[in-house]
Write a protein that binds this ligand. Structure first.
Ligand code: PEP
Ligand code: MG
Length: 841
C-alpha cells in the first residue's frame, strides 16, 4: 500500500504537522521554521508511516530523499508525542559512503570526513546490523586509518560490504528505529512513564549540519535558565569539531558558552555566533512560550538550530520558570498555574533525597508522609527521646504507633512502621507534623525484642544504625544519601497568591496543636477544618490527669479530674484562636476509645498504679475491662460522648470560655464544634442539648454573649444516608473520609497496609482507597449525603476533612459536588490551593 501524502511531509511553515500525528519534535521544528530559525531541511514521518515501516511497508525512498538533493546526508531522530516517553537514539550522517567521503575530504578535509563516515558506520553497525559495540572498541585511531578499520570490522562481522546507497541506508535505519519502538521492552518502559499502550512514534529526517570541517565548526546546547533553580543563567556547552550531543557527553573537553572566569568560552571564540544563539533561544522562549533548550551546530561560523526541547527542570525550577514567564507577559497567570503539577510542590516543601544520589534501598512500604530524613534507628519512643536529647537525629521504628508514641515522634526525624496504611496513626500524625513517614513496611522482618530489622536481602540493622526514610516514595535506604533542602521561595509565594485569586473552593488545615496552627497560617490556610482534640492530651502531665479521669469510679472523682483538664483545654483553645486571628476553627469533640490513653504493657500498668496510688491488680483489671475487640467500631466518638457526657461538657466549656477570652483580645471568635462518628439523628440532638446548656451556663456566669456553630462529622454510611434528618440540627456536615472509607469497605484502616499492595498490584482496587478517594463507592455516599443534606437545609456548609482532603482528585470531586471547603494536613495546604485553582481556571 502506498503511504499517504500527509504521512511524509517536508516541514514548512504551513505543512500539516501536528504533535498528535507526527510527535512533539516534528511540531517543534515546524514552530522554529515559522520563526525563521536556521533549521536544516527536515522531513517528518507520521506515527502511521512509522508503524507501517515497522510492519515492512516502506515508503518510496527516492521520494523521501528528494528534498535533500543528489548526494543526501541526513540524520534521523525520534519524535514521540511526549518527549518523556523516550524513543530510539538518533542516527547521524546517513548517506555517508565512499563517494561522499572523497568529495567531503576535498571540501572539509580528510580527517573531518573520515570522522563523519566512521561515526556513521559505527552507529549503523550497532543500531541497524545489531553488532556488538565491543567489536569497535579496539579502533582508537582517527582519520583514514580508523575509518578503514571500522569498515573492515563491519565487513568481517556481517560478511557484507557496507551499503553505499543512501536510500538503502536510510530505509534500514528507519526500519530498525520503527521496530525498536514497537518492541516489548520499549513499550513497557514508556508505559511506566504514563504512555498509552498504543502510543505512536514519529521520525524526523533532517539534513546534516556538519559540526566538523574548516572554519569554526562544532555543536552544543544552550538554555537560558538553570534547571535546578529556574534562575536566569546561560547554561550549556559547546564542543569544537563535534556533532550531536558530543558537547554534553564529553563535558570536560567542551567550552562554556558565556564569557566568565571558568575558562575559554564560545563567546570568546565566536562572539557573533554566541550572540545569535542567545537571541534565537530568547525568541524561542517568547514565541514558543516556554523555556527551551536549543541544540545547535556551528558550520564554518554559521549557526544552525537542529532542535528545541523543553528545558528539563525539577519542581522548584518549574515553579520559578512558570512565574517568570507570566511576569514577563509571555503566558497568563492562569497558564502559569496550570503548568505546575500540584503534587510536585511537595518537593519544594520538604527535604528530599537528591535525585542524583545513589539509593541503596533496604525495603519499601507505603509513602505515608512526604520528605526524607536520615537518623539512627530507635525502637521505642523513650529511646528516640534519649537520642534526640543527645543531639543524635533518630528514626522511630515501631510495629505501629499509638498515642503513647507521640513524644517519640516529636523527638524523631522520621518514622517507620511495620503495619498501617495511609490513615493509620503514624501516617496521620506524621503528615500533620511534616515528618517523613513510611508505613506498612512488611518486607522488613521486625524483631523488636532483639532490636533488629532484617531487610529482604538479609541485611540486618541494629539499634543505632543509620537509615534514611524517604516518605515521598515509600523507601527505606541504607546510610545517608545527599539531600536537597526544602525551598519555599518567592516564586512559590507569588504562584500561591495567583492561585488564591482564582480558586472557588476554600482550603483549611487539619491542625491539633499551636505548632500545627502556625504552620497552617504560614501556608495561608483559611482556618482550621479539623482539630483533633484528643491529641492535646498526650503531654506527660495531661496524660496522668486524663488517666485519673478514665479511672474515676464515682461521678465526683471524674468531675475533679475534668476540673483539672478544663484549664488546660481552655488554654489550648485560646492559643489556637489567637494564632488563627479570627479565622474559623473547627474543634472536634473527643473521638478515640478511652483505652488508647492507657498503657499497654505490664511495666506501664505498674507505673500507672504508682502514679494513681492504686493496686496493680486494679489497674490491670480496669485496662482489660476497657479493651474492645473492634475499638474502631466500639465506644468512641459520639458514643463515648453520650455514655460519659461529662467529657464533652468539659470540652464545650473550655471552648466557650476560650471564645470569650480570645474575643476580648482580638477579632470576635465564632467557634465551630464538631461531633464525631455520628450515625443517628438522636445522637446529635442529645449532644446539642447538652452543649447548648453549657453555652447558656457560661453566658450566665460570665455575662458575656457569644455564638457558636455546631456540626456533624459524616463518617458512617448511615450518617451519609440519613443526612436529610441530621442536617436540620447542624450548621455543617464535614466528611471524615478516613472512617467513612473504612466503614464503606469494611476495611480496617490500621490493618489495610498488610495487603493493600497485593490488592493494588492485582487490580482489585485501582488505588489505595485510603489514599485516593474511592469516587464510585465512598464518593456516592458523599454525593447522596450532600444532596440530602442540602435539600433539608440549604445553607448547610459542606466540607471534607479526611486525609483525602489534600488530594487533587478528591478536591475536584468535592468541588463538583458543591462543597464549600476541603481541609488537609498543613503541609498539604499549598498543594490543595494550587489544585483547587487549576479547577477554576
Ligand atoms: C476521618 O475519619 O476521616 C477523620 C478525619 O477523623 P480521624 O482520622 O481522626 O478518625
Ligand atoms: Mg474519623
Amino acid at each position: 500500500m502506498q503511504q499517504d501524502q500527509s504521512d511524509i511531509t517536508l516541514i514548512t511553515a504551513t505543512a500539516p504537522v501536528a504533535t498528535t500525528t507526527h510527535g512533539g519534535r516534528a511540531k517543534c521544528l515546524q514552530r522554529l521554521v515559522r520563526l525563521e530559525m536556521p533549521v536544516p531541511k527536515t522531513v517528518a514521518l507520521s506515527f502511521d508511516a512509522v508503524h507501517r515501516i515497522a510492519q515492512g511497508d516502506m515508503p518510496d525512498m527516492a521520494e523521501l530523499l528528494a528534498p535533500f538533493g543528489p548526494a543526501p546526508l541526513v540524520c534521523v531522530r525520534p519524535s514521540s508525542e511526549d518527549p518523556d516517553w523516550g524513543g530510539p537514539g538518533a542516527v547521524l550522517n546517513i548517506g555517508m559512503n565512499d563517494a561522499q567521503y572523497v568529495e567531503m575530504s576535498d571540501r572539509i578535509g580528510q580527517d573531518a570526513a573520515a570522522a563523519i563516515y566512521k561515526r556513521f558506520v559505527q552507529s549503523y553497525a550497532i543500531h541497524v546490523a545489531r553488532l556488538d559495540p565491543d567489536e569497535f572498541e579496539h579502533v582508537v585511531e582517527d582519520g583514514a586509518e580508523g575509518l578503514s578499520q571500522v569498515l573492515s570490522a563491519y565487513e568481517d562481522e556481517t560478511e557484507e560490504e557496507f551499503p553505499q546507497d543512501p536510500a538503502v541506508q536510510l530505509a534500514e535505519v528507519l526500519r530498525s528505529m520503527a521496530r525498536a519502538w514497537e518492541g516489548t521492552t520499549a513499550r513497557l518502559l514508556r508505559q511506566a512513564k504514563g504512555a498509552p499502550a498504543e502510543a505512536g512514534l514519529g521520525l524526523v529526517v533532517q539534513e546534516m549540519a556538519l559540526g566538523l570541517g574548516r572554519g569554526e565548526c562544532g555543536s552544543g546546547v544552550i538554555q537560558l535558565v538553570d534547571s535546578t533553580t529556574g534562575a536566569p543563567r546561560i547554561i550549556g556547552r559547546y564542543l569544537r569539531q563535534s556533532q550531536g550531543r558530543d558537547a554534553l557527553e564529553r563535558r570536560e573537553e567542551a567550552l562554556f558558552l558565556e564569557r566568565d572566569d571558568r575558562g575559554p568560552s564560545l563567546e570568546d571564540l565566536a562572539p557573533d555566533a554566541f550572540a545569535a544563539l542567545k537571541r534565537m533561544t530568547a525568541l524561542m522562549r517568547e514565541r514558543l512560550r516556554e523555556e527551551m533548550q536549543a541544540e545547535f551546530t556551528i558550520e564554518n561560523g554559521v549557526v544552525h538550530i537542529l532542535d528545541g526541547v523543553r528545558v528539563t527542570r525539577n519542581a522548584r525550577a518549574g515553579v520559578r520558570i512558570a512565574v517568570q514567564l507570566a511576569e514577563d507577559g509571555i503566558i497568563t497567570r492562569e497558564e502559569a498555574l496550570l503548568r505546575v503539577e500540584p503534587r510536585a510542590l511537595n518537593e519544594l516543601l520538604h527535604r528530599q533525597v537528591d535525585p542524583t544520589a545513589e539509593r541503596d534501598v533496604l525495603a519499601s512500604g507505603i509513602a505515608a508522609s512526604p520528605g526524607a530524613a536520615s537518623g539512627r534507628i530507635m525502637f521505642s519512643a523513650a529511646e528516640a527521646q534519649a537520642s534526640a536529647a543527645r543531639g543524635e537525629p533518630c528514626v522511630l521504628v515501631r510495629r505501629e504507633t499509638s498515642p503513647e508514641d507521640i513524644r517519640g515522634m516529636h523527638a524523631a526525624v522520621a518514622v517507620l512502621t511495620e503495619r498501617g496504611g495511609m490513615t493509620s496513626h503514624a501516617a496521620v500524625i506524621g503528615r500533620g507534623m511534616g515528618l517523613p513517614c513510611v508505613v506498612g513496611v512488611s518486607d522488613f522482618k521486625f524483631q523488636l525484642r532483639g532490636k533488629t530489622l532484617v531487610a529482604p536481602d538479609g541485611r540486618e540493622l541494629r539499634q543505632g544504625d543509620i537509615v534514611t526514610v524517604d516518605g515521598t516514595n515509600g523507601q527505606v535506604l541504607a546510610g545517608e544519601p545527599a539531600m536537597i533542602e526544602a525551598a519555599e521561595d518567592d516564586a512559590l509565594l507569588t504562584l500561591m497568591t495567583w492561585a488564591d485569586d482564582v480558586r472557588d473552593i476554600g482550603v483549611r488545615a487539619n491542625a491539633d496543636t499551636p505548632a500545627d496552627a502556625q504552620t497552617a497560617r504560614n501556608f495561608k490556610a483559611q482556618g482550621i477544618g479539623l482539630c483533633r482534640t484528643e491529641h492535646m492530651f498526650f503531654e506527660a502531665d495531661r496524660l496522668t490527669v486524663m488517666r485519673e479521669m478514665i479511672f474515676a469510679d464515682t461521678s465526683p472523682d471524674r468531675a475533679a479530674a475534668l476540673e483539672r483538664l478544663l484549664p488546660m483545654q481552655r488554654a489550648d483553645f485560646i492559643e489556637l484562636f489567637r494564632i488563627m486571628q479570627g479565622q474559623p476553627v473547627c474543634i472536634r469533640l473527643f473521638d478515640p476509645p478511652l483505652h488508647e490513653f492507657l498503657p499497654s504493657d505490664r511495666a506501664g500498668h505498674r507505673e500507672l498504679a504508682e502514679a494513681l496510688d492504686l493496686p496493680l491488680s486494679d489497674v490491670t483489671r480496669r485496662v482489660e475491662a476497657l479493651g474492645e475487640y473492634n475499638p474502631m467500631l466500639g465506644m468512641r466518638g459520639v458514643r463515648l460522648g453520650i455514655t460519659v457526657p461529662e467529657i464533652y461538657d468539659m470540652q464545650a466549656r473550655a471552648i466557650f470560655e476560650a471564645t470569650i477570652a480570645a474575643s476580648r483580645e482580638g477579632a470576635p471568635v465564632v467557634p465551630e464544634i464538631m461531633i464525631p462518628l455520628v450515625s443517628a439523628k438522636r445522637e446529635v440532638e442529645i449532644v446539642k442539648t447538652r452543649v447548648d446548656a453549657v453555652a447558656a451556663a457560661v453566658r450566665n456566669e460570665t455575662g458575656q454573649d457569644f455564638t457558636y456553630r455546631l456540626g456533624v462529622m459524616v463518617e458512617t454510611p448511615r450518617a451519609a444516608l440519613r443526612a436529610a434528618e441530621i442536617a436540620p440540627h447542624t450548621a455543617f456536615l464535614s466528611f471524615g473520609t478516613n472512617d467513612l472509607t473504612q466503614m464503606t469497605y469494611g476495611l480496617s484502616r490500621d490493618d489495610a497496609g498488610r495487603f493493600m499492595s497485593t490488592y493494588v498490584q492485582q487490580g482489585v482496587f485501582a488505588e489505595d482507597p485510603f489514599h485516593t478517594l474511592d469516587q464510585d463507592g465512598v464518593g456516592e455516599l458523599l454525593q447522596i449525603a450532600a444532596e440530602r443534606g442540602r435539600a433539608a437545609r440549604s445553607d448547610v456548609v459542606l466540607s471534607i476533612c479526611g486525609e483525602h482532603g489534600g488530594n487533587p482528585e478528591s478536591i475536584a470531586f468535592c468541588r463538583a459536588a458543591g462543597f464549600d471547603y476541603v481541609s488537609c494536613s498543613p503541609f498539604r495546604v499549598p498543594v490543595a490551593r494550587l489544585a483547587a485553582a487549576q479547577l477554576a481556571v
